[in-house]
Design a protein around this ligand. Structure first.
Ligand SMILES: [Fe+2]
Ligand SMILES: [Fe+2]
Length: 167
């Protein structure tokens, strides 16, 4: 995320500062989310961008920031680990919610934001407007993070191609 603006946003830090200090949240830095971003970077990006949108729309910015940060609180590599009881899209919001409940008391709105954030890949839509913000920002972040990777791949292909021509 650009220059980590969120660190200097006092209101945002007031909502999530305590969560960010927890080992369970910091551990997300050990997992790659979308190629070149860690799960922690992804979670902060979704949380902060969702929080800003919620504020603009006069919605519950606190619930949005907190649930956005905790929406992917799981500790496995989704490319490798497979589940018998459902797809990753269905399972990981439930695992994230269970892990988040161990960290902090959650409001019904925060729980719904976490559990429904895969709407689109799953059929159950969010109950609250803040849930729509997080699910859409999450999808945009995934595309943006993957897009950066794709951009680098394309650049490297072009460089290789022109290096061959020069040789
Ligand atoms: Fe997710
Ligand atoms: Fe996510």
């Amino acid at each position: 995320m650009k220059k980590e603006k969120w660190r200097n946003d006092a209101e945002y830090m007031c909502y999530v500062g305590d969560l960010l200090e927890k080992d369970e949240v910091q551990k997300l830095a050990n997992f790659t989310q979308h190629h070149y971003s860690t799960r922690l970077e992804h979670s902060i990006s979704v949380s902060y961008n969702s929080y800003k949108l919620a504020k603009k729309l006069h919605l519950n910015a606190r619930a949005t920031a907190r649930a956005g940060l905790l929406h992917d609180l799981f500790y496995y590599d989704w490319r490798v680990t497979k589940f018998d009881r459902g797809t990753h899209a269905w399972v990981h919001p439930r695992i994230a919610l269970r892990n988040a409940e161990k960290l902090t008391p959650l409001t019904p709105r925060e729980k719904d934001i976490i559990i429904k954030h895969m709407w689109g890949a799953t059929i159950c839509p969010p109950k609250y407007p803040e849930g729509y913000i997080v699910t859409l920002v999450d999808k945009y972040a995934a595309t943006d993070e993957y897009g950066r990777h794709l951009g680098q791949q394309i650049m490297s292909l072009i460089k290789k191609r022109f290096a061959q021509e020069k040789a």
